[in-house]
Design a protein around this ligand. Structure first.
Ligand code: 26V
Length: 804
């Protein structure tokens, strides 16, 4: 099977096709051609898994596990071929058979096992870990369906299941022999062990579910280091309690891994969500502990060998579960167990939005996980005691408690049980320590630290923008491809007129690519000679897609009323999914589509503007969209967007940030300088100061532009039904505009005008873009991962020469 030349690849491909499908290459379908190739690359990658594991087995060095309910991987074929250095060889080998590799690449569906930024961050981290030759594996759920697929029907979002496993997942390997039993429901039986004088806790009458792991290789670039993403799948156990309703049991088992939770909350959904959370951490910990005990006599040194990063609070029950394992399965005393457990976990917070902070009703956890709940209670009891002893402040105890008001605060559990707590951008971490977690910061300041997010430049620049990669390589040499800090060499050439022109040509080529993608997939026509102004991210009120479309509405009115109006032709592109139960977000999607339709049907307006809502925004769309854009819309209400990572993808591909001082925009603006981005609007502290006396109606009354734009939400301009957008109108005017859209509107209009001015001089514009690219090294996830290693994980880089 091994191949390292074109000829050996071709022979292996012929043989693999026969072995897999009993066909010759001429007889095979496109899907069979694709699957055969994937199978070969998987085998290649797995041989590197073997080398990596072999080495780690010998050295017994510390490993990090990234526990995350989401890994938004996207497609893997291109990325894996590129990282393995096999792309060209395979491309030309296939061409000899008359097979176009691009066509096979397009057969792969996105692995959409996540909602948005949090899941994509986890995927970027895996790429950087393997590339930096660090022992770091992912742990997650093998969802049967990814995040829903979005259709736009009559201008509205419609959700349909994302059947990502329809063609099978050619990258994974099932390991039935490594299955772990996970228990739900039942109750705790307490008995006295008279020999030891200790109480025995046993989880009895439980419903048992079998967690079966599927491993995917995570291939590093230019190295044999290959890590694992372990995905757990729930299957029926043959250990059923008597009288169990068999079909009901199977249905319950199947529900656990059915789909990615789209962050909306129904009661029934909450139970399933808690099951998901416990399921994948119990299975993950089960296999980590087993693995550890194969090499070590006890769990005493677990914290020297294992570090677990909790991606948000979703895996927070890990803390109680590891306590349970140590107390109940291995007979540890509480204090000894706690001293080990609290050195294993580190917690990353990804949001300050109170609606998104997990709090589970006590009753739910107690019903589902009686023993784990009793351990959470004990952690809470002891923590309350510690806080009281130190402070003698009962209010403080209540504010910091883990269990409060009949709810378990998962963030508090995470902070108490972890040795490190980090935010994901400088401003975000500042808000955590000043505000959201202030009491904790005062109590245990040493735990808190910042790790500004990053993105993998391999997927987001080198592989998805080959034209820019080539231009950069010609200008500054190839070193930046393997050491991204070298990209800064570009800075000395930003005034080079030829480079500026060449950059604009590359951008135009990428625009053509996006146009082709939109035409082929959605039959959408876009003028590649227009400014591409893009907002692509989940739809949330705080991200203010509404402000963006209100600005377009304002432009529309100007076109219709001012005879001499002119502006550079602009395409406003949107990509966004709304949680299925998020009514306002769905209305905003409808509004965007209705405005798009109105403008398309109005030749006078269509001369200047086009609005495009790209359906089913996902990783693959982002790969086309980000690098074709000129303007990057990052316009959240200051203080609300923890970091953002799309902002980094745009920047790295030479788009200008039109943004508020929020999340990582702050650090982008620090690096490129205020003159190389377009920052506008109220700052986080100004938003907080305004909050108590903000009256949105005043802005509406005092600014005729706002009044006209907002009024057209309810005067049938964009919908034949007058009350179609009344919810949006009410949100702004009656419910006082929680996210300060109207307060920032005037500044936003001005910022757009300035952007147009800058764009009017191609040399000025190209220079801005080049500075942004040159300054993007800091936003590589390679940098982020190195920071985690240095401050939190303390894992050791593997030598390339040890992986042969
Ligand atoms: C936020 C909200 C806001 C209100 C309604 C419900 C809801 C549900 C989920 C969330 C976000 C949850 C956590 C999350 O995905 N955070 C994102 O993490 C990214 C990676 O760190 C970061 O770049 C984004 O700024 C942050 O929103």
């Amino acid at each position: 099977m091994f191949f390292d030349t074109k000829e050996s690849f071709k022979n292996a491909y012929i043989e693999a096709m026969q072995n897999n499908f009993g066909k010759s290459i001429e007889q095979a379908t496109d899907v069979e051609k694709f699957l055969t190739l994937v199978g070969m690359i998987k085998a290649h990658a797995n041989s590197n898994v073997y080398k990596t594991n072999n080495y780690l087995q010998k050295t017994s060095q510390k490993k990090m596990y990234y526990f995350s309910l989401e890994f938004l991987l996207g497609r893997l074929l291109t990325n894996n071929l590129m990282n393995l250095g096999l792309y060209k060889l395979v491309q030309s080998g296939l061409a000899d058979f008359g097979i176009d590799l691009n066509k096979l690449e397009d057969i792969e569906g996105d692995a959409g096992l996540g909602n948005g930024g949090l899941g994509r961050l986890a995927a970027c981290f895996l790429d950087s870990l393997a590339t930096l030759r660090l022992p770091g594996n992912g742990n997650t759920i093998r969802y049967q369906y990814g995040l829903f697929k979005q259709l736009i029907v009559n201008n509205e979002q419609v959700e349909v299941p994302d059947q990502w496993l329809r063609n099978g997942n050619g990258w994974e390997t099932r390991h039935p022999d490594e299955a772990v039993k996970v228990k739900f429901y039942g109750h705790v039986k307490v008995t006295m062990n008279y020999e030891t004088g200790r109480l025995n806790f046993e989880h009895v009458d439980a419903q048992e579910v079998l967690a079966v792991p599927y491993d995917m290789p995570v291939v590093g670039a230019n190295t044999n280091c290959t890590n694992i993403l372990r995905m757990w799948s729930a299957e029926a156990s043959d250990n059923l309690p008597a009288n169990q309703d068999f079909i009901k049991y199977l249905n319950e088992v199947n529900q656990i891994c059915l789909n990615v939770y789209p962050d909306d909350s129904t009661v029934e959904g909450k139970y399933i969500r808690i099951k998901q959370e416990y399921f994948f951490i119990a299975a993950g910990l089960g296999s980590i502990v087993k693995n550890h005990l194969q090499k070590n006599p006890s769990l005493d040194n677990l914290a020297d060998k294992v570090c677990i990063q909790l991606n948000d609070t979703h895996p927070a029950m890990s803390i109680a579960e590891l306590m349970r394992i140590m107390l109940d399965d291995y007979g540890y005393e509480w204090d000894k167990a706690w001293s080990i457990v609290s050195k294993v976990f580190a917690y990353t917070n990804h949001t300050v939005m109170s609606e998104a902070l997990e709090k589970w009703p006590v009753e739910y956890i107690r019903t589902l996980l009686p023993r784990v709940y009793s351990i959470i209670e004990e952690i809470d009891r002891r923590f309350r005691e510690t806080v009281f002893e130190k402070s003698h402040d009962r209010d403080l105890v209540e504010r910091m408690a883990i269990i409060h008001d009949n709810q378990v605060r998962m963030a508090h559990l995470s902070i108490v049980g972890s040795f490190s707590v980090n935010g994901v951008a400088k401003l975000h971490t500042q808000i955590l320590v000043d505000d959201l977690f202030r009491d904790f910061f005062n109590f245990m300041p040493e735990k808190f630290n910042n790790k500004t997010n990053g993105i993998t430049q391999r997927r987001w620049l080198l592989y998805s923008n080959p034209e820019l990669t080539e231009l950069l390589t010609k200008k500054i040499g190839p070193e930046f491809q393997t050491d991204f800090s070298q990209i800064e060499k570009l800075l000395q050439f930003v005034d080079d007129k030829k480079l500026q022109k060449d950059f604009m040509k590359v951008k135009y080529t990428r625009k053509l690519e996006l146009c082709r993608f939109l035409k082929d997939n959605y039959n959408i026509d876009v003028d590649p000679n227009s400014i591409f102004d893009t907002q692509a991210k989940r739809l949330h009120a705080y991200k203010r897609q509404l402000m963006n479309i209100l600005h377009v509405i304002y432009l529309y009115h100007r076109i219709k009323t001012e005879p001499n109006f002119t502006m550079p032709k602009t395409t406003f592109l949107f990509g966004a999914k709304a949680a299925p139960a998020y009514v306002l977000a769905k209305k905003i999607i409808k509004l965007i589509n209705c405005v798009a339709q109105k403008i398309d049907n109005d030749p006078q307006a269509a001369k200047f503007i086009k609005v495009v809502f790209i359906p089913n925004y996902r990783v693959t769309v982002a790969e086309y969209l980000m690098n074709a854009s000129d303007v990057s819309e990052q316009i959240s209400t200051a203080g609300k967007e923890a970091s953002g990572t799309g902002n980094m993808k745009f920047m790295m591909n030479g788009a200008i940030t039109l943004g508020t001082m929020d999340g990582a925009n702050v650090e982008i603006s620090e690096r490129v300088g205020m003159e190389n981005c377009e920052i506008f609007g109220l700052r986080a502290n100004e938003i907080e100061d305004l909050r108590s006396h903000y009256v949105s109606v005043d802005y509406y009354k005092n600014d005729p532009r706002i009044m006209q734009a907002v009024n057209s939400l309810i005067d049938r301009t964009f919908s034949p039904e007058a009350d179609d957008f009344i919810d949006i109108y009410n949100d702004l005017i009656i419910r006082n505009d929680e996210y300060f859209v109207l307060a920032d509107f005037a500044a936003y209009v001005k910022a757009h005008e300035h952007i147009n001015e800058l764009y009017s001089d191609p040399s000025v514009w190209a220079r801005l873009c080049l500075v942004n690219i040159a300054k993007s090294a800091y936003f590589s996830s390679d940098r982020t991962i190195k920071d985690y290693v240095k401050d939190i994980w303390h894992i050791k880089q593997i030598d390339n020469s040890d992986l042969h």
